[in-house]
Design a binder for this molecule. Sequence first.
Ligand code: PAF
Length: 282
Amino acid sequence: MEVITRVAEMQARARQWRQEGKQVGFVPTMGYFHQGHLSLIRRAVQENDLAVVSVYVNPTQFGPQEDFHRYPRDLERDIRLAEEEGVHVLFAPSDAEMYPQGYQTYVEVTELTQGLCGARRPGHFRGVATVVAKLFHIVQPTRAYFGEKDYQQLRVVERMVRDLNLGVEIVPMPIVRESDGLAMSSRNVYLSPEERRAATVLYRAWKAAQEWVAQGERDAPRLREKVVRFIEAEPLARVDYVEIVDPLTLEPLERLEGEARLMLAAFVGSTRLIDNGPLTAT
Ligand code: PAF
Protein backbone atom coordinates (compact mmCIF):
# COMPACT_ATOMS: atom_id res chain seq x y z
CA MET A 1 0.00 0.00 0.00
CA GLU A 2 1.20 3.45 -0.86
CA VAL A 3 0.70 6.42 1.49
CA ILE A 4 0.31 9.67 -0.47
CA THR A 5 0.27 13.05 1.23
CA ARG A 6 0.50 15.39 -1.78
CA VAL A 7 -2.54 16.41 -3.83
CA ALA A 8 -0.51 16.61 -7.05
CA GLU A 9 0.84 13.10 -6.56
CA MET A 10 -2.62 11.67 -5.81
CA GLN A 11 -4.01 13.41 -8.91
CA ALA A 12 -1.22 12.04 -11.10
CA ARG A 13 -1.88 8.52 -9.84
CA ALA A 14 -5.65 8.95 -10.45
CA ARG A 15 -5.00 10.22 -14.00
CA GLN A 16 -2.86 7.20 -14.72
CA TRP A 17 -5.57 4.79 -13.46
CA ARG A 18 -8.20 6.54 -15.59
CA GLN A 19 -6.00 6.10 -18.68
CA GLU A 20 -5.62 2.41 -17.85
CA GLY A 21 -9.42 2.08 -17.60
CA LYS A 22 -9.30 1.03 -13.93
CA GLN A 23 -12.37 1.22 -11.68
CA VAL A 24 -11.48 3.07 -8.51
CA GLY A 25 -13.37 2.64 -5.23
CA PHE A 26 -13.00 5.48 -2.72
CA VAL A 27 -13.73 5.71 1.01
CA PRO A 28 -13.36 9.23 2.41
CA THR A 29 -12.81 9.18 6.19
CA MET A 30 -11.55 11.25 9.08
CA GLY A 31 -9.55 8.24 10.29
CA TYR A 32 -9.48 6.45 13.64
CA PHE A 33 -11.00 3.42 11.96
CA HIS A 34 -13.70 1.26 13.51
CA GLN A 35 -15.70 -1.62 12.07
CA GLY A 36 -18.01 0.83 10.28
CA HIS A 37 -15.08 2.22 8.27
CA LEU A 38 -13.74 -1.28 7.66
CA SER A 39 -17.09 -2.41 6.19
CA LEU A 40 -16.89 0.46 3.65
CA ILE A 41 -13.24 -0.31 2.91
CA ARG A 42 -13.91 -4.05 2.38
CA ARG A 43 -16.69 -3.31 -0.06
CA ALA A 44 -14.54 -0.80 -1.97
CA VAL A 45 -11.70 -3.33 -2.23
CA GLN A 46 -14.12 -6.06 -3.30
CA GLU A 47 -15.95 -4.34 -6.12
CA ASN A 48 -13.25 -2.20 -7.77
CA ASP A 49 -9.87 -2.73 -9.42
CA LEU A 50 -8.28 -0.36 -6.90
CA ALA A 51 -9.30 1.11 -3.56
CA VAL A 52 -8.30 4.49 -2.16
CA VAL A 53 -9.01 5.57 1.42
CA SER A 54 -8.52 9.15 2.53
CA VAL A 55 -7.76 10.06 6.13
CA TYR A 56 -8.27 13.76 6.71
CA VAL A 57 -9.82 15.51 9.71
CA ASN A 58 -11.41 18.33 7.76
CA PRO A 59 -11.29 21.61 9.73
CA THR A 60 -13.99 23.34 7.66
CA GLN A 61 -16.73 20.99 8.85
CA PHE A 62 -16.18 21.71 12.57
CA GLY A 63 -17.71 24.69 14.33
CA PRO A 64 -15.47 26.92 16.49
CA GLN A 65 -16.79 25.30 19.70
CA GLU A 66 -16.59 21.75 18.35
CA ASP A 67 -14.06 18.95 18.84
CA PHE A 68 -11.68 19.50 15.89
CA HIS A 69 -8.56 19.68 18.07
CA ARG A 70 -9.38 16.69 20.24
CA TYR A 71 -10.93 14.55 17.48
CA PRO A 72 -9.25 11.12 17.89
CA ARG A 73 -6.36 10.45 15.50
CA ASP A 74 -4.08 7.43 15.00
CA LEU A 75 -2.64 7.47 11.49
CA GLU A 76 -0.17 4.63 12.12
CA ARG A 77 -2.96 2.27 13.14
CA ASP A 78 -5.17 3.41 10.23
CA ILE A 79 -2.31 2.71 7.80
CA ARG A 80 -1.85 -0.78 9.25
CA LEU A 81 -5.57 -1.59 9.08
CA ALA A 82 -6.00 -0.23 5.53
CA GLU A 83 -3.00 -2.26 4.40
CA GLU A 84 -4.46 -5.43 5.95
CA GLU A 85 -7.70 -4.84 4.02
CA GLY A 86 -5.89 -4.65 0.68
CA VAL A 87 -6.24 -0.89 0.10
CA HIS A 88 -3.96 0.36 -2.69
CA VAL A 89 -3.49 3.97 -1.67
CA LEU A 90 -4.10 5.78 1.60
CA PHE A 91 -4.33 9.50 0.95
CA ALA A 92 -3.53 11.61 4.02
CA PRO A 93 -3.08 15.25 3.01
CA SER A 94 -2.15 18.10 5.36
CA ASP A 95 -4.32 21.21 5.90
CA ALA A 96 -1.84 23.23 3.82
CA GLU A 97 -2.34 20.83 0.90
CA MET A 98 -6.14 20.91 1.11
CA TYR A 99 -6.67 24.58 2.02
CA PRO A 100 -3.60 26.52 0.90
CA GLN A 101 -3.25 30.23 1.72
CA GLY A 102 -5.91 32.27 -0.03
CA TYR A 103 -8.42 29.42 -0.24
CA GLN A 104 -11.96 30.81 -0.74
CA THR A 105 -14.17 28.39 -2.70
CA TYR A 106 -16.98 26.42 -1.06
CA VAL A 107 -19.80 24.10 -2.12
CA GLU A 108 -23.24 24.62 -0.63
CA VAL A 109 -26.22 22.27 -0.86
CA THR A 110 -28.97 24.67 0.09
CA GLU A 111 -32.11 22.76 1.10
CA LEU A 112 -31.18 19.32 2.42
CA THR A 113 -28.87 21.04 4.90
CA GLN A 114 -31.53 23.28 6.48
CA GLY A 115 -32.73 20.93 9.23
CA LEU A 116 -31.37 18.25 11.55
CA CYS A 117 -27.57 18.46 11.97
CA GLY A 118 -27.48 21.34 9.47
CA ALA A 119 -29.56 23.50 11.82
CA ARG A 120 -27.51 22.57 14.91
CA ARG A 121 -24.08 22.73 13.27
CA PRO A 122 -24.01 25.88 11.09
CA GLY A 123 -21.50 25.51 8.26
CA HIS A 124 -20.98 21.80 8.88
CA PHE A 125 -22.39 20.55 5.57
CA ARG A 126 -20.73 23.34 3.63
CA GLY A 127 -17.44 21.97 4.95
CA VAL A 128 -18.42 18.37 4.19
CA ALA A 129 -19.64 19.13 0.65
CA THR A 130 -16.55 21.19 -0.07
CA VAL A 131 -14.04 18.61 1.10
CA VAL A 132 -15.89 15.71 -0.55
CA ALA A 133 -16.05 17.62 -3.86
CA LYS A 134 -12.31 18.36 -3.58
CA LEU A 135 -11.51 14.74 -2.73
CA PHE A 136 -13.59 13.50 -5.68
CA HIS A 137 -11.68 15.79 -8.01
CA ILE A 138 -8.37 14.65 -6.59
CA VAL A 139 -9.08 10.88 -6.49
CA GLN A 140 -11.42 10.69 -9.54
CA PRO A 141 -13.22 7.61 -8.18
CA THR A 142 -15.70 5.42 -10.04
CA ARG A 143 -17.59 4.74 -6.79
CA ALA A 144 -17.52 6.24 -3.30
CA TYR A 145 -18.78 4.60 -0.12
CA PHE A 146 -20.69 6.39 2.65
CA GLY A 147 -22.18 4.96 5.85
CA GLU A 148 -25.85 5.51 6.67
CA LYS A 149 -24.85 6.51 10.20
CA ASP A 150 -24.39 10.03 8.77
CA TYR A 151 -27.67 9.81 6.93
CA GLN A 152 -28.08 13.51 6.18
CA GLN A 153 -24.48 13.64 4.92
CA LEU A 154 -25.26 10.76 2.56
CA ARG A 155 -28.25 12.60 1.09
CA VAL A 156 -26.27 15.85 0.81
CA VAL A 157 -23.41 14.13 -1.03
CA GLU A 158 -25.83 12.35 -3.41
CA ARG A 159 -27.50 15.68 -4.20
CA MET A 160 -24.17 17.43 -4.78
CA VAL A 161 -23.00 14.67 -7.12
CA ARG A 162 -26.18 15.01 -9.19
CA ASP A 163 -26.26 18.81 -9.15
CA LEU A 164 -22.59 19.24 -10.05
CA ASN A 165 -22.46 16.29 -12.50
CA LEU A 166 -19.54 14.77 -10.63
CA GLY A 167 -20.09 11.35 -12.20
CA VAL A 168 -19.30 9.33 -9.07
CA GLU A 169 -21.56 6.45 -8.04
CA ILE A 170 -22.46 6.84 -4.36
CA VAL A 171 -22.81 3.53 -2.53
CA PRO A 172 -24.65 3.74 0.81
CA MET A 173 -23.70 1.19 3.45
CA PRO A 174 -25.68 0.12 6.54
CA ILE A 175 -24.81 1.28 10.05
CA VAL A 176 -22.46 -1.07 11.90
CA ARG A 177 -23.41 -1.46 15.57
CA GLU A 178 -21.75 -2.77 18.72
CA SER A 179 -23.35 -5.94 20.14
CA ASP A 180 -25.58 -3.82 22.42
CA GLY A 181 -26.82 -1.69 19.52
CA LEU A 182 -24.66 1.45 19.86
CA ALA A 183 -23.81 2.75 16.39
CA MET A 184 -20.05 2.69 15.80
CA SER A 185 -18.49 6.15 15.82
CA SER A 186 -15.00 7.49 16.39
CA ARG A 187 -16.56 9.79 18.99
CA ASN A 188 -17.63 6.83 21.18
CA VAL A 189 -14.13 6.97 22.72
CA TYR A 190 -15.17 10.20 24.49
CA LEU A 191 -17.75 8.28 26.61
CA SER A 192 -17.05 7.27 30.23
CA PRO A 193 -18.09 3.66 31.09
CA GLU A 194 -21.36 4.95 32.57
CA GLU A 195 -22.08 7.15 29.54
CA ARG A 196 -21.17 4.28 27.25
CA ARG A 197 -23.95 2.20 28.86
CA ALA A 198 -26.43 5.09 28.62
CA ALA A 199 -25.51 5.73 24.95
CA THR A 200 -27.51 2.69 23.80
CA VAL A 201 -30.63 4.78 24.50
CA LEU A 202 -30.59 6.01 20.87
CA TYR A 203 -30.71 2.49 19.48
CA ARG A 204 -33.32 1.46 22.04
CA ALA A 205 -35.43 4.52 21.15
CA TRP A 206 -35.41 3.50 17.47
CA LYS A 207 -36.41 -0.07 18.38
CA ALA A 208 -39.23 1.28 20.59
CA ALA A 209 -40.39 3.55 17.75
CA GLN A 210 -40.47 0.58 15.36
CA GLU A 211 -42.58 -1.28 17.88
CA TRP A 212 -45.02 1.66 18.25
CA VAL A 213 -45.35 1.83 14.46
CA ALA A 214 -45.93 -1.94 14.31
CA GLN A 215 -48.70 -1.47 16.89
CA GLY A 216 -50.40 1.01 14.56
CA GLU A 217 -49.07 4.48 15.49
CA ARG A 218 -49.28 6.64 12.35
CA ASP A 219 -49.22 10.16 13.80
CA ALA A 220 -45.64 11.40 13.33
CA PRO A 221 -45.68 14.30 15.87
CA ARG A 222 -47.13 11.99 18.55
CA LEU A 223 -44.56 9.28 17.80
CA ARG A 224 -41.85 11.93 17.93
CA GLU A 225 -43.02 12.99 21.42
CA LYS A 226 -42.91 9.39 22.63
CA VAL A 227 -39.34 9.02 21.35
CA VAL A 228 -38.29 12.29 23.04
CA ARG A 229 -39.74 11.08 26.36
CA PHE A 230 -38.04 7.68 25.93
CA ILE A 231 -34.62 9.30 25.47
CA GLU A 232 -35.13 11.87 28.21
CA ALA A 233 -35.96 9.03 30.64
CA GLU A 234 -32.25 8.17 30.48
CA PRO A 235 -30.71 10.50 33.12
CA LEU A 236 -27.37 10.90 31.28
CA ALA A 237 -29.00 11.76 27.92
CA ARG A 238 -30.33 15.07 26.61
CA VAL A 239 -32.19 15.23 23.29
CA ASP A 240 -30.69 17.50 20.62
CA TYR A 241 -33.28 16.56 18.03
CA VAL A 242 -35.76 13.83 17.22
CA GLU A 243 -37.33 14.01 13.75
CA ILE A 244 -39.39 11.67 11.61
CA VAL A 245 -38.60 12.54 8.02
CA ASP A 246 -39.05 11.52 4.43
CA PRO A 247 -36.01 9.32 3.68
CA LEU A 248 -35.16 11.18 0.47
CA THR A 249 -36.10 14.83 1.03
CA LEU A 250 -35.52 14.76 4.83
CA GLU A 251 -38.70 16.86 5.21
CA PRO A 252 -40.54 16.23 8.52
CA LEU A 253 -43.66 14.06 8.12
CA GLU A 254 -47.11 14.44 9.63
CA ARG A 255 -48.30 10.90 8.89
CA LEU A 256 -46.41 7.63 8.71
CA GLU A 257 -47.11 5.98 5.38
CA GLY A 258 -44.65 3.66 3.67
CA GLU A 259 -41.00 4.41 4.46
CA ALA A 260 -39.89 7.07 6.92
CA ARG A 261 -36.60 7.68 8.71
CA LEU A 262 -36.23 8.35 12.42
CA MET A 263 -33.38 10.83 12.90
CA LEU A 264 -31.84 11.16 16.36
CA ALA A 265 -29.21 13.35 18.00
CA ALA A 266 -28.55 13.49 21.73
CA PHE A 267 -25.89 14.56 24.16
CA VAL A 268 -24.73 11.78 26.45
CA GLY A 269 -22.75 13.67 29.05
CA SER A 270 -20.98 16.25 26.89
CA THR A 271 -20.65 13.98 23.84
CA ARG A 272 -23.07 14.53 20.98
CA LEU A 273 -24.14 11.29 19.31
CA ILE A 274 -26.33 10.72 16.26
CA ASP A 275 -28.22 7.68 15.05
CA ASN A 276 -31.07 6.89 12.67
CA GLY A 277 -33.09 4.03 11.32
CA PRO A 278 -35.99 3.18 9.05
CA LEU A 279 -39.62 3.16 10.19
CA THR A 280 -41.91 1.19 7.92
CA ALA A 281 -45.67 1.64 8.06
CA THR A 282 -47.28 -1.14 6.05
O1 PAF B 1 -18.07 11.13 7.40
C1 PAF B 1 -16.92 11.61 7.53
O2 PAF B 1 -16.02 11.02 8.14
C2 PAF B 1 -16.61 12.98 6.96
O3 PAF B 1 -17.70 13.83 7.08
C3 PAF B 1 -16.11 12.94 5.50
C4 PAF B 1 -17.16 12.39 4.56
C5 PAF B 1 -14.86 12.08 5.43
C6 PAF B 1 -15.75 14.36 5.04
O4 PAF B 1 -14.76 14.92 5.83
